[in-house]
Design a protein around this ligand. Structure first.
Ligand SMILES: Cc1cc2nc3c(=O)[nH]c(=O)nc-3n(C[C@H](O)[C@H](O)[C@H](O)COP(=O)(O)OP(=O)(O)OC[C@H]3O[C@@H](n4cnc5c(N)ncnc54)[C@H](O)[C@@H]3O)c2cc1C
Length: 570
């Protein structure tokens, strides 16, 4: 007990991606002491990998002059298959132009139109060219900008600190514990409020475009703390990832004019979405590609072609240089001369921690969440490309403003509950490390990922899902006998992975239970046994809670208002 390292802040932000950093700036500028905790250096957060761009109705591009925030809201709600909460969508789309201009003023190097304004490109499901971009490295540019701003304000960042538990006292969250990965020491953080900005959980799937760190830690922490997880069965599959490695090939490639061809040389999107073709929303295009592959019109091994060759060398070098490098380096194909082999891959977590419009986590006082780890919900059953970067900066700031309102009434707790939690975690980690024999970690991890892609992938049906859920439960049981072969304290990545896996197994079950219970098809949730959308029974959000060790599924109404649900046609 004597040398438990304990840190005290008004606000602790878990996550150094765009959401966490944008929130940190807001809180620091209001004069409160805040710290960011991140399991990797902030610049390695998955936000850095975002390629295609960020949406805002600026009206800068040719053909986009009449764009409005209302049109952006309509596209988002239609894209969501009417599951998004319309008040949240309105808040985001109305604030988008301000948020993008703010990024520009902070120093983001956006690509430009001829007359010097921020350039915008067409994206899937959007009625106007609305996606502002920095070549095909938009996330990289924005994340560096926000990180520079955080460094300028001297905001403390605990990097390579892995948060392992939230701490409660007096009915609210009063801090957290974190493993310092470099030393193996457990630290305590006492804080007035805790902000979750921990990103998505894509890595519960094999074939994912996500960074290896996207293991959904924040969502499993919140679930264990009593919060509901919302709409977790809605998992986005991006239509175009590089065949073999599943590195993302941005929708921007289709936005710039790229087309999809099957092994017969047919531009097959004509059959699936005659109006928008390659620029239909992601759920539609991913299903079309998968169907072509399943019905034997893909290439060997299961991919189709994304053809950019006719766009010309100049355009590819100017607007898609990253895509060209990735394709050349990982397949040996230069997209200037040859089509890119692509297949769908897990890409985004629409579901997440249930929060109010202002980011307060449902049922857990003192806890807030935003960004990909949360579900507010602006994406509903299917996210439009370019809306996630927007969500991070809009809600990072908005939820920080909620915190600023709430903080004035908050007394920071004594250190005792956090010190107790640190000791409890030390005992847990020691027990995990002391186990001498058991099953290797990677085997359970690999089986989980394959189970999820096989049983809860693009197309779903009851029989396969029941088998999948059984397998997930078997893996949960086997986890209790997992062995961590590396016993050291310094950079014990196996220990970190074991802690991640424990949470991933829980999230996988929530996805599975939610998917089984939702007997309809909506957005990314496509059931072959229930192919139609069912607004009478399922125009509702799934709310999953942990009750005495079991997942309980309840439903809550969707907030409508601006647009009546209609059949989606593209
Ligand atoms: C390849 C790719 C390309 C994309 N392109 C686009 C695009 O062009 N446009 C768009 O709108 N969206 C895009 N997206 C989606 C978008 O990038 C993400 O949804 C968004 O950046 C998520 O930001 P975030 O701040 O919520 O989380 P992240 O950027 O994922 O950050 C999460 C943070 O949480 C920290 N963390 C997690 N768990 C713990 C823990 N236990 N302890 C401590 N720290 C923890 C991590 O270290 C990290 O700092 C893309 C996604 C991918 C995968």
């Amino acid at each position: 007990m004597t040398d438990v390292p304990v840190h005290r802040y008004s606000c602790v932000i878990i996550g150094g991606g765009l959401t966490g950093l944008r929130a940190a700036l807001e809180i620091a500028d209001a004069g409160y002491d805040t710290a960011v905790i991140s399991k990797v250096h902030p610049l390695r957060s998955h936000s850095v990998a975002a390629q295609g761009g960020i949406n805002a109705a600026l009206g800068n591009a040719k053909g986009g002059e009449n764009d409005t925030w209302e049109a952006h809201a309509f596209d988002t709600i239609k894209g969501s298959d009417y599951l998004a909460d319309q008040d949240a969508v309105a808040l985001m789309c109305r604030d988008a132009p301000r948020a993008v201009i703010e990024l520009e003023h902070m120093g983001t190097v956006f690509s430009r139109t001829q007359d010097g304004r921020i350039a915008q490109r067409p994206f899937g499901g959007a009625g106007f060219p609305r996606t502002c971009y920095a070549q095909d490295r938009t996330g990289h540019n924005i994340l560096h900008t926000l990180y520079e701003q955080a460094v300028n304000r001297k905001i403390p960042v605990y990097e390579e600190f892995f948060v392992i538990s939230l701490v409660h006292a007096g009915g609210r969250c009063v801090g957290c514990t974190a493993l310092e990965i470099a030393t193996g020491k457990v630290h305590g953080f006492v804080s007035g409020v805790v902000f979750l900005a921990t990103g998505g959980f894509g890595r519960i799937y094999s074939r994912s475009t996500n960074a290896l760190i996207n293991t959904g830690d924040g969502a499993s922490l919140a679930l264990r703390a009593g919060a509901p997880l919302k709409d977790m069965e809605f998992v986005q599959f991006h239509p175009t990832s590089l065949y073999g490695t599943n590195i993302l090939i941005t929708e921007g490639a289709r936005g710039e004019g790229g087309i999809l061809l099957n092994s017969d040389g047919e531009r097959f999107m004509d059959r699936y979405a005659p109006g928008s073709r390659e620029l239909a929303p992601r759920d539609v295009v991913a299903r079309a590609i998968q169907k072509e592959i399943d019905e034997g019109r893909g290439f060997n091994g299961g991919y189709v072609h994304l053809d950019l060759t006719f766009l010309g060398e100049d355009l590819i070098k100017k607007r898609l240089p990253g895509i060209r490098l990735i394709t050349r380096d990982f397949t040996g194909v230069d997209p200037i001369n040859k089509p890119i082999p692509v297949q769908p891959a897990q890409h985004y977590s629409m579901g997440g921690v249930g929060v109010s419009l202002d980011g307060r986590v449902t049922d857990v006082g003192g806890l807030y969440a935003a960004g990909e780890c949360a579900c507010v919900s602006v994406h509903g059953a299917n996210r439009l490309g370019g809306n996630s970067l927007l969500e991070t900066v809009v809600f990072g700031r908005h939820v920080a403003q909620t915190i600023l309102k709430d903080l004035s009434g908050v007394q920071i707790s004594s250190s005792d509950p956090v010190k107790d939690a640190v000791q409890q975690m030390e005992r847990k980690l020691a027990a995990m490390l002391s186990r001498g024999e058991g099953e290797p970690l990677y085997r359970i991890m690999d089986e989980l990922k394959v189970t999820m892609i096989t049983h809860f992938g693009i197309f779903r049906r009851e029989k396969t899902m029941i088998e999948g859920l059984k397998k997930v439960k078997e893996l949960q049981d086997r986890f209790s006998g997992v062995i961590i072969t590396h016993k050291g304290q310094v950079f014990n990545q196996a220990l970190v992975q074991a802690l991640e896996l424990e949470g991933m197994l829980l999230l996988a079950e929530v996805v599975a239970q939610g998917a089984l219970a939702r007997k309809e098809s909506r957005g990314s949730h496509a059931r072959t046994d229930f192919p139609a959308r069912d607004d009478n029974n399922f125009l509702t959000h799934t709310m999953a809670r942990l009750k005495e060790g079991e997942i309980e599924i309840l439903y809550e109404p969707v907030t409508l208002g601006m647009f009546e649900p209609k059949e989606r046609q593209y």
